[in-house]
Each structure stands twice: as structure tokens, then as C-alpha cells.
Design a protein around this ligand. Structure first.
Ligand code: 5GP
Length: 190
């Protein structure tokens, strides 16, 4: 039987560049990674694709999923729900694939508690080089109105406070360097 796959949890404040770093990490096919596509009630941003970036659903569908126990974890983040469908993660890990979750801190906390005895869980927090840099990145994205930008920035501060609860902290001062550091962490845990 295949060795159970790793469950890799990557968190970090909005705008820190998790998606960009993750894409570079996924370029290394030897890591045998699968991305867990989350479900969300947020509206798609321009260029986001259903079933690739997220499964975009209504609040009703999401709440039914919660009631039916379909989520490994779920959380509310600035007025929207986000959650990790349970089945995909379990099936792929059992096949020996390394499943990668990119989730915010409340959801990560649920996962880390649920799997506290599982030594195949790897938790990584991606840090911005500074708050000024983070603000510039969120504003530079120009995808959210001002009040949402502010809400995300204030949330970012409280999220960064939780970085010490993760096994690894990686600074995104340079995407290529940060991606390499994460690839090395994963290799060490394979
Ligand atoms: P965004 O709206 O910027 O795509 O995501 C907002 C935050 O929700 C990000 O920190 C992102 O990593 C997180 N997120 C995405 N999917 C999930 C999920 O399934 N569960 C949780 N708890 N957070 C998620």
C-alpha cells in the first residue's frame, strides 16, 4: 500500500502572495502535489475559473455542505465562507498523493487540531517582508473596494500574530526564493 500522502497547510495574510508562490512550488513535479480546490461564496475575480481556483457556490449551497459534514474545515473570512471539501483530501492522501491546502488561519487551526497526532501534516506560514509591502500589494491588485482592502489589512495583522503556531515560517521577500524554501521543506518531509 502507498505511504499516506502529506497534508500541507499553507497560510498567510491576504496579499502576501500565497498563490504565486504555490504555483512555483507546483512546478516541481517530483513533489507529487495535488491542490485542494476550496469552495467559497465569494464572487469570482476577473480571470478566476470555476473548478480551478475555487468552486464558487451560493450561501445556501455552502450552508448545506456544512450541515452535511462535507467540509474538512471551513471559516468565514471578510463576509464570505471558505471551506475545504473533505472527500478529495482523504481520497488523494490515501493514494499517496501530497495534498496542498492554501487556507486562512481559522481553518488551518481546525485542521491542525483535527490532525494533531498525524506526523504527515506540514504547516507553513508565509510572511510579508513588512506591513507596508503587504498594503502595497493588496492595493496594487486593485481587485477590491477600499473598505474590503481595509478589512483585509486589519485581518492581516491578527493573522500574522498566529504565525508561531505553524511548524515553519517562510518570508516572501522574493517569490522564487520563498518557493524554493517551501519545496525544500516538503522534500525533507517526504
Ligand atoms: P481570497 O478571497 O483572497 O481568495 O481568499 C481569502 C482567504 O481565504 C485567503 O487567506 C485564502 O487562503 C483563504 N482560503 C481559501 N480557501 C480556503 C478554505 O477552503 N478554507 C479556509 N479556511 N480558508 C480558505
Amino acid at each position: 500500500m502507498a505511504k499516506k500522502g502529506l497534508l500541507i497547510v499553507l497560510s498567510g495574510p491576504s496579499g502576501v502572495g500565497k498563490g504565486t508562490v504555490r504555483k512555483l512550488v507546483f512546478n516541481d513535479k517530483s513533489l507529487n502535489l495535488c491542490y485542494s480546490i476550496s469552495m467559497t461564496t465569494r464572487l469570482p475575480r476577473e480571470k478566476e475559473v470555476e473548478g480551478v481556483d475555487y468552486f464558487f457556490v451560493s450561501k445556501q449551497v455552502f450552508e448545506k455542505g456544512i450541515k452535511d459534514g462535507e467540509f474538512l474545515e471551513h471559516a468565514q473570512f471578510v463576509d464570505n465562507y471558505y471551506g475545504t471539501p473533505r472527500r478529495y483530501v482523504e481520497t488523494l492522501r490515501n493514494e499517496g498523493k501530497n495534498v496542498f491546502l492554501e487556507i486562512e488561519v481559522q481553518g488551518a487551526k481546525q485542521v491542525l487540531e483535527k490532525f494533531q497526532d498525524d506526523d504527515r501534516v506540514v504547516s507553513i506560514f508565509l510572511l510579508p517582508p513588512s506591513m507596508e509591502e503587504l498594503e502595497a500589494r493588496i492595493r496594487g491588485r486593485r481587485t477590491e473596494p477600499e473598505e474590503i482592502v481595509r478589512a483585509r489589512l486589519s485581518k492581516a495583522r491578527s493573522e500574522i500574530d498566529l504565525a508561531p503556531e505553524y511548524q515553519y515560517n517562510v518570508m516572501n521577500d522574493d517569490v522564487k526564493r520563498a518557493a524554493k524554501e517551501i519545496r525544500d521543506i516538503i522534500k525533507n518531509r517526504l
